[in-house]
Ligand binder design. Structure first.
Ligand SMILES: NC(=O)c1ccc[n+]([C@@H]2O[C@H](COP(=O)([O-])OP(=O)(O)OC[C@H]3O[C@@H](n4cnc5c(N)ncnc54)[C@H](OP(=O)(O)O)[C@@H]3O)[C@@H](O)[C@H]2O)c1
Length: 299
């Protein structure tokens, strides 16, 4: 397959590109900078210069491909509304270009604000708030296009897609720990996250692209429930720092923007995903990665 990948230079995107190339797919990667373009070219990717805000570049990417994997995200934590608006517009543009073609469209989402008091499952529907929802409601928008001839496949990532070189939430927790001199967890640390190694996430994306039926919600989750306290403890051990509870009202000051996510329950099951696609995660656990120094060490 010739696959258009947005976010091809990102944390998950670069592993996805490697996974697709290894499986003999061709990749057209969106790149918004010379550095990203050079990194992609070095791997044998056909570069399409463009940007999420340059909707014509997205249309060109879709036109050049048999399938699309959408992983780009502005992640502008200072302007979440602007990030969500750009996501909605970009996704709508690509879906319109795909309509009627029955080509696959794999789109990234997370597990924030899905369910509170139990692990989320693939049957849980994202809040139907239209463009006002997180990510501009792009998950439900993509699913709406199933009846318009798009093989939309959602991939909901655990809040930690981990590994050496990760610059996501756990890297921000590690940075906060270094800055504060203590590895913190919020309250009693019983809030549960889920986790997946980057290589397993990339393999799931490929499987979903190749064979998931239209309208599938996949959970890229290897560990269903990891307590936030155990994450803080692993970071404390790796960084050689004490571990302590942070009162919820002081969490913003301690952790910065990542406090909002560290306080959110994001446990999730992937039982249906595994059964449907024969996906078996094999990578290290989050705690193993942290203890192996993926987020730095105190030595
Ligand atoms: N990593 C996680 O733990 C995690 C968890 C849950 C959900 N997700 C979601 O999964 C997706 C991929 O995440 P990630 O961790 O791989 O993100 P990432 O490392 O931050 O990569 C983001 C990608 O988007 C590109 N990008 C940013 N702004 C752009 C713009 N204006 N136009 C075009 N491209 C742009 C970046 O390009 P440059 O290389 O040029 O900057 C990069 O390739 C995102 O939707 C993310 O929210 C990730």
């Amino acid at each position: 397959m010739r696959v258009f990948v947005t976010g091809a230079s990102g944390w998950i995107g670069s592993a996805t590109v490697d996974e697709l190339l290894a499986a003999d797919h061709e990749v057209v990667g969106l790149a918004r900078s010379d550095a990203s373009a050079a990194a992609l070219q070095g791997k044998g990717v056909t570069v399409l210069r463009g940007d999420l805000d340059d909707l014509d570049s997205l249309r060109r990417g879709v036109a050049a491909a048999d399938g699309v994997v959408h992983l780009a995200n502005k992640h502008d934590w200072a302007d979440p509304a602007g990030t969500d608006r750009a996501e909605r517009l970009a996704v709508e543009t690509m879906l319109d270009a795909l309509a009627g073609s029955h080509r696959p469209f794999v789109i990234a989402n997370g597990l924030s604000y899905l369910v509170k008091d139990r692990p989320a499952t693939e049957s849980d529907v994202s809040p139907d708030l239209g463009p006002e929802a997180a990510r501009g409601g792009s998950e439900n928008l993509a699913l709406d296009y199933v009846t318009r001839g798009v093989r939309s496949v959602i991939v909901r990532f655990a809040p930690s897609v981990h590994g050496a070189g990760d610059w996501g939430f756990v890297a921000f927790l590690a940075a906060a720990a270094r800055e504060q001199g203590v590895s913190g967890y919020i309250g009693d640390g019983s809030t549960l996250w889920s986790a997946v190694h980057r290589s397993d996430a990339a393999r799931l994306i490929r499987l979903g692209l190749e064979k998931a039926p239209a309208g599938t919600r996949m959970h890229a989750v290897a560990e269903e429930a990891v307590s936030t306290r155990s994450i803080a403890e692993a970071l404390g051990e790796a960084l050689g720092l004490p571990v302590a509870s942070v009162e919820p009202e002081k969490a913003d000051a301690h952790f910065g923007f990542v406090a909002e996510f560290f306080g959110l329950p994001m446990a999730a099951s992937s039982a249906r995903t595994r059964k449907l696609l024969g996906w078996v995660p094999t990578g290290p656990t989050l705690a193993e990665d942290i203890r192996a120094g993926a987020y730095g060490s105190g030595q």
